[in-house]
Design a protein around this ligand. Structure first.
Ligand SMILES: Cc1ncc(COP(=O)(O)O)c(C=O)c1O
Length: 410
């Protein structure tokens, strides 16, 4: 059982908001980003206040100490996802990680005869890089059909995969509907056909236990800021032999072993090969603290808490008789809905006037609209610090959601 009241004391955003705005904040946009606990903020501040130095660039104590710390962070982050530390590449986030795979691996190995499989439920960051690879190599983009509820299933992958498929790039948890895909089952089928699986873990790694080795995942991308960590830091996991075969997306200082005037260049081994330029050191330190923090709560506890909240929210919202819920059966702590006869952005503006932060629109998953049969939705997304009272506040506001014009005249 998670003691939400106690946990919230670790998050300055909650108490500062009350102090500054004079009212509590009902934060239901955790799929977009998450609040940071004190320990993460302190780790970032400590770096700038007492530990500032670059990494891998100086022969003095501060720099040695930082090199050691970064290595420890990499180790810790790797163990969190069941990887080896040499398979963890620091990036700026999920988007950068997927772009690295698309341009460093996809562009290098795919040809016009090949195919990349996506789904209609993917976030722009797991669609547009692959469109670019298709444009540049001539390879085809195909879609694994979703089932009637919007779920990606192993059976449906089996229906469309072929020997032409070289990459299966899918979200582990989709950011609008919140279904958890069977990562291990998908990887098995992809491998049967000689394809690589690229898992977008932006919405899964912060919420459910991840084990890339057990699931046999080829590449996994995730962002620190959705996991209580700082913005601007993320991870690309890749199997080491695949990272060796992948080209760097960016080149420059810190990733090369040698270069000369004739253009003869040698790169460092992964993961350094992919980390050109000064890294987001404060971000790395903060991400490690964030992982320590969520792990201390327990990934199983987090998942169970969110499932309970999800079921509670769906039940209460449907009881109002005023909403359409698009993902009542999905597992993750995401509820996507519309207040009947109210445009999603108006609904979110109205909720905002009641102190409730929800996302509205297409949530960067623009090709899902046809499937949903609506142009926009409202999304409430939870984390371990979300309470039943937050859900109650949402439900109460929804009951008067038809008064949305009030929000504009307040
Ligand atoms: C499923 C999914 N993939 C990718 C992203 C992109 O993450 P970031 O903006 O941190 O790079 C998001 C962000 O919402 C997401 O939900």
């Amino acid at each position: 059982m998670i003691d939400v009241k106690k946990i919230r004391q670790d998050f300055p955003m909650f108490y500062n908001h009350v102090q500054m705005q004079g009212k509590p904040l009902v934060w239901l946009d955790n799929a977009s980003t998450t609040f940071k606990p004190d320990c993460v903020i302190e780790a970032v501040t400590e770096y700038y206040a007492t530990e500032t130095s670059n990494s891998h660039r100086g022969d003095y104590d501060l720099c040695y100490a930082m090199d050691k710390k970064i290595a420890e962070c990499r180790e810790r982050i790797a163990s969190f996802i069941g990887a080896d530390s040499k398979e963890v590449v620091f990036t700026s986030g999920t988007t950068a990680s997927i772009n690295l795979v698309a341009f460093g691996y996809g562009l290098k190995y795919l040809t016009a005869d090949d195919e990349i499989l996506l789904t209609q439920a993917e976030h722009a960051s797991n669609v547009l890089p692959w469109f670019k690879v298709s444009e540049m190599t001539g390879c085809k983009i195909g879609y694994i059909p979703l089932d009637k509820d919007g779920r990606l299933t192993v059976e449906n992958l089996r229906k469309v995969i072929s020997s032409k498929t070289k990459i299966v790039a899918v979200a582990h948890v989709t950011n609008v509907l919140g279904y958890i895909a069977d990562a291990k089952g998908l990887a098995k089928v992809a491998h049967e056909f000689g394809a690589k699986i690229v898992l977008d873990g932006a919405q899964s790694v912060p919420h459910i236990k991840t084990n890339v080795k057990d699931w046999d995942i080829d590449f996994l991308a995730f962002s620190g800021h959705k996991l209580c960590g700082p913005t601007g830091i993320g991870v690309l996991y890749g199997k080491f032999d695949l990272l060796v075969k992948t080209d760097p997306f960016m080149t420059g200082g810190g990733m090369n072993a040698k270069f000369d005037m004739c253009g003869d260049v040698g790169y460092l081994a992964p993961p350094m090969k992919f980390e050109a330029g000064t890294q987001n050191i404060a971000g790395i330190l903060g991400l490690k603290k964030a992982i320590d923090y969520v792990d201390s709560i327990g990934m199983d506890n987090i998942e169970a808490h969110e499932r309970e909240l999800k079921a509670y929210a769906v039940e209460k919202l449907l009881q109002t008789g005023k909403v359409t819920v698009y993902n009542a059966n999905s597992e993750a702590g995401i509820v996507t809905f519309n207040i009947n006869d109210v445009f999603a952005q108006d609904a979110a503006t109205y909720l905002n006037s009641k102190g409730i932060a929800c996302r509205s629109g297409q949530h960067c998953a623009k090709i899902l609209n046809d499937f949903l049969g609506t142009v926009a939705t409202v999304r409430a997304s939870f984390y371990f610090y979300t309470s039943k009272e937050d859900v109650d506040a949402l439900v109460e506001a929804v009951k008067t959601g038809g008064n949305f014009l009030d929000a504009y005249f307040n």
